[in-house]
Design a protein around this ligand. Structure first.
Ligand code: ADP
Ligand code: ZN
Length: 518
């Protein structure tokens, strides 16, 4: 590692060592390579461009959409002895001109700007006269229409890039995970063979838990009882479900508030504040809750319903344990939640492409709910981090249930899917295998298939769960369509040839309430 970079880390920030991803990103930038840093909030993005800015000649431009945070960041830099300033709509024309003059005179190492600034030809002309070694783009997903926060002004960053000679190094940062958005960022910001670094997603103090067969109300009641006096959030997918869960929890005699878009702004603000001040122990909420919340001692987050994708899930679940003390994140899965999410997608006014994308992300979410692998590792990999070890704390890592050999049943499922030409979904597959007497089955002559009725001994729910588990473990995949069909993947061949066997944990009768509990 560049000794000057470590020196800067010590003198300006007072830290002894870089976090793993920071080192790689800084090194790449200093070697004049573009970078795409994928890091969640709090992982330490700023240092990745601030330290190169200190070491490179000229002034680094930082494009950030968060005007309200700009001043704080610049103040913090200044008090650390780093010369930085910002230009945004909060300044008068006179102030802007003065600052630009100082920037041009070389008084600053960092200049923060809002993307809207770049729409001004005059402003870009001023920038053109500066020596700019590096442009850092914060919240880079804003450049993508596939992201959740598209901002047209981000498109002008490229124009700026083309204006400046020699071309500055581009460093883009985002917390977003999906490959489509990442590729879009690379393309739209014209990153040149960027070093992609994903880091900081693992949260070692969180215990991730998935519960499939539970009576949800019963589970929630038992969980709350075991976590008396601990702050928690319960997420539900619709306003009505929030109301139902809220009424139920209040009936348990717990201090609880509710939060969804159907309530007045005052009510919501009041609830949020009460929760923040520990006047309320629990909040039952839709995903509308949490955006602006900064409460560090949330001990658990229960998802009463599965959200639309893993990104949303992890963001919401990640509100537990912000203080670094242990937190528990429970996902209560039921097949009905998949139906609800599909309904949301179908109902939306998104383009067909977009819907396909949403279905794919939903499938990933369903797989998370069925995987037998470390849940933390599953998430970290989903975000693109390659390294990592099982967390040792999640439901799957601490699962002591018996492992059983399900090869015979799995082979029957594979055979059935193959006989149906990989053109049907989980429900139909389960029906055929269970020998259901169904009009559609008759219509397709599926009652004549060899696999028809061959898993008659299994109840529908465990069979459907087994199929989902086979998806999660990579034997099968689901298509990205409104009615996903199950398809066979390569590992099936080995199993069919008798070269590999399929194992699974026994599904619990009544799932445990807490990993640490009695
Ligand atoms: P982000 O921009 O990714 O949300 P920040 O850059 O604001 O995150 O950093 C989050 C926190 O982590 C800050 O308090 C920062 O000082 C701290 N931090 C960053 N890098 C390091 C490091 N190498 N060692 C210790 N703390 C760090
Ligand atoms: Zn684990």
């Amino acid at each position: 590692m560049n000794p000057a970079a470590i020196e800067a880390l010590r003198t300006y920030y007072g830290y002894d060592r870089f976090r793993p991803g920071q080192e790689k990103l800084i090194e790449a930038i200093l070697n004049a390579q573009d970078v795409l840093g994928i890091m969640p909030t709090g992982a330490g993005k700023s240092i990745c461009y601030q330290i190169p800015a200190l070491l490179l000649d000229g002034v680094t431009l930082v494009v950030s959409p968060l005007i309200s945070l700009m001043k704080d960041q610049v103040d913090a830099l200044n008090s650390a002895g780093i010369e930085a300033t910002y230009i945004n709509s909060s300044l008068s024309l006179k102030e802007t001109n003065e600052r630009m003059r100082d920037v041009a005179a070389g008084h600053y190492k960092l200049l923060y700007i809002a993307p809207e600034r770049l729409e001004s030809e005059q402003f870009r002309a001023m920038i053109r006269r500066l020596e700019v070694p590096l442009i850092a783009v914060d919240e880079a997903h804003c450049v993508s229409q596939w992201g959740h926060d598209f901002r047209p002004s981000y498109m002008t960053i490229v124009r700026l890039l083309q204006d400046i000679e020699p071309r500055p190094v581009m460093a883009a940062f985002t917390a977003t995970a999906t490959d489509v958005v990442k590729d879009d960022i690379v393309e739209r910001l014209r990153l040149r063979e960027p070093e992609r670094v994903t880091t900081g997603y693992a949260r070692s103090n969180l215990a991730l838990i998935v519960v499939r067969n539970a009576d949800k109300r019963d589970f929630v009641a038992r969980f709350i009882k075991e976590h008396a006096d601990q702050a928690g959030i319960i997420y539900a997918s619709t306003r009505r479900e929030v109301e139902n869960v809220y009424t139920f929890v209040r009936g348990l005699g717990v201090s609880v508030g509710k939060y969804h878009a159907g309530l007045s702004e005052e009510e919501r603000a009041h609830t949020q504040e009460a929760f923040q001040k520990d006047d309320l122990q629990l909040i039952v909420a839709t995903n509308a809750f949490g955006m602006g919340i900064d409460k560090s001692n949330v001990r658990f987050v229960i998802h009463n319903n599965m959200p639309k994708n893993l990104e949303a899930y992890y963001q919401e679940a990640g509100r537990a344990g912000r203080d670094g003390d242990p937190g528990e994140c429970v996902l209560l899965f039921s097949p009905q939640d998949v139906v609800t999410q599909k309904f949301f997608i179908e109902q939306s006014e998104a383009t067909e492409d977009r819907k396909r994308n949403d279905y794919r992300l939903l499938n990933d979410m369903v797989q998370y709910a069925h995987t037998g692998e470390c849940l933390q590792l599953t998430i970290v990999r989903y975000f693109g981090e390659e390294n990592g070890e099982p967390c040792g704390a999640c439901f799957n890592c601490t699962d002591t249930r018996e492992t059983i050999d399900v090869t015979v049943d799995a082979k029957m499922i594979f055979a059935c899917i193959s006989e149906m030409k990989q053109r049907f979904g989980v429900t139909m597959t389960a029906k055929v295998l269970r020998g259901a007497n169904d009009a559609k089955i008759k219509q397709f002559d599926f009652d004549r298939l060899r696999s028809y009725g061959r898993l008659k001994h299994m109840a529908e729910k465990p069979l459907v769960q087994l199929i989902h588990a086979l998806v999660a473990d990579g034997y099968l995949r689901m298509s990205d369509t409104a009615y996903p069909v199950v398809q066979l993947m390569e590992p099936v061949l080995e199993v069919m040839r008798g070269e590999a066997r399929v194992y699974r944990k026994v599904e619990p009768e009544a799932p445990p309430v807490s990993r640490s509990g009695s």
